[in-house]
Design a protein around this ligand. Structure first.
Ligand code: GDD
Ligand code: MG
Length: 318
């Protein structure tokens, strides 16, 4: 068994304007918030208590996840008035957790099918201080670059470099031994990637890389968010409970439609993410567009590559 921390306090700058009204981890992917996909994966791995480390638009999380009973786990909230950075957020959230189990930390914008349970076992078997999930990517420049030695020990942690020394990157899921988290100063802005990890490696602490090359995606840009949603949708489209679709509507391209939506007659939708409680009027045509929860799209509207909400109608680069 283990406890966990979800880092969900970033501004989601690269996803603007989608993140003007919702924190990045609460954006729907295949009908559920990114965070909910992560909670389901954590639960499967035996995580029984999870702290959401929130800051930007913190108030959006609590009504949705409550005390976690719906997911069969305990969910707690650590709110940073000003963002404390990834390391500061981990330390702040850990104040709500005990010190007798490993702590699994998740970047809040990652869809991963790796075995969290195997990563925890690898960590415990090695008696490690920290174990990072690593994957290989073609272009490591946008990530934390993490070389390891033959035993799997991390030899350096190099956040976002122009000439990566390896294709092996930090996949954004860490297992910490609780006493290591206590070394991070409390109430201080700290980057786990730029400060904590390099310092742990430099001081010879046992930082291990757990390599598992399974499905993995950081949904931090509009194009990646749409890919993540399409990847989870099987077939032409997917719709959640309580949604009604006119028989002659044509829905394609891995579109996902949230709960309690109404899709009118003659509507065409291709490669869209549609939130909950959305109404799409007769004859509307939408492609590569993100329709926020609760939006009413008028009959006959035609949009491509747009973010639509009750308040906003803005182009997005998908
Ligand atoms: N609570 C809190 N407070 N959360 C934060 C803060 C903060 O101050 N800053 C960032 N986060 C959260 C974000 O919400 C996100 O879920 C996660 O931390 C990572 O931040 P990103 O902004 O998405 O970082 P990145 O994608 O550029 O890089 C990170 O992820 C890569 C893998 O996707 C790094 O960890 C890289 O090393 C890694 O390779
Ligand atoms: Mg990211």
């Amino acid at each position: 068994m283990a406890v966990g921390i979800l880092l969900v306090g970033g501004f989601g700058t690269r996803l603007k304007p989608l993140t003007d009204e919702s924190p990045k981890p609460m954006l729907p992917v295949a009908g559920l918030p990114v965070t909910e996909h992560q909670i389901l994966a954590a639960k499967k791995a035996g995580v029984h208590t999870l702290v959401l480390a929130t800051s930007y638009l913190a108030e959006i999380f609590t009504p949705y996840f409550g005390d976690g009973a719906k997911w069969g786990m305990k969910i707690l909230y650590a709110v940073e008035k000003e963002p404390l950075g990834t390391g500061g957020a981990i330390r702040n959230a850990a104040e709500l957790l005990g010190r007798d189990e490993p702590v699994v930390v998740f970047n809040g914008d990652v869809l991963s099918r790796h075995s969290i349970a195997d990563q925890i076992k690898f960590h415990t078997d090695n008696k490690a201080d920290v174990t990072l999930h690593l994957i290989d990517v073609e272009d490591a420049r946008a990530f934390g670059c993490v070389p390891t030695d033959a035993d799997g020990r991390v030899t350096a942690f190099l956040e976002k470099m122009d000439n990566p020394v390896t294709n092996s990157i930090n996949a954004g899921c860490y297992v910490f031994s609780p006493d290591v988290i206590d070394k991070i100063p409390l109430g201080t802005v700290v980057s786990v990637e730029r400060e904590t990890f390099p310092a742990l490696v430099a001081s010879g602490r046992s930082v291990f890389g757990y390599k598992e090359q399974s499905y993995w995606l950081d949904v931090g840009t509009p194009a990646a968010l749409f890919k993540g949603s399409r990847d989870l949708v099987e077939g032409d489209f997917q719709a959640m409970a309580g949604t009604t679709i006119a028989p002659d509507a044509v829905i394609t391209g891995g579109t996902s439609i949230g709960a309690r939506c109404t899709i009118g007659a003659g509507v065409h939708i291709d490669d869209c993410i549609i939130g909950d409680d959305v109404t799409i009027g007769d004859g509307a045509r939408l492609s590569h567009s993100f329709i926020a929860h609760g939006t009413a799209v008028a009959a006959g509207v035609q949009k491509s590559a747009h973010y639509l909400s009750q308040k906003l109608d803005l182009p997005i680069i998908v």
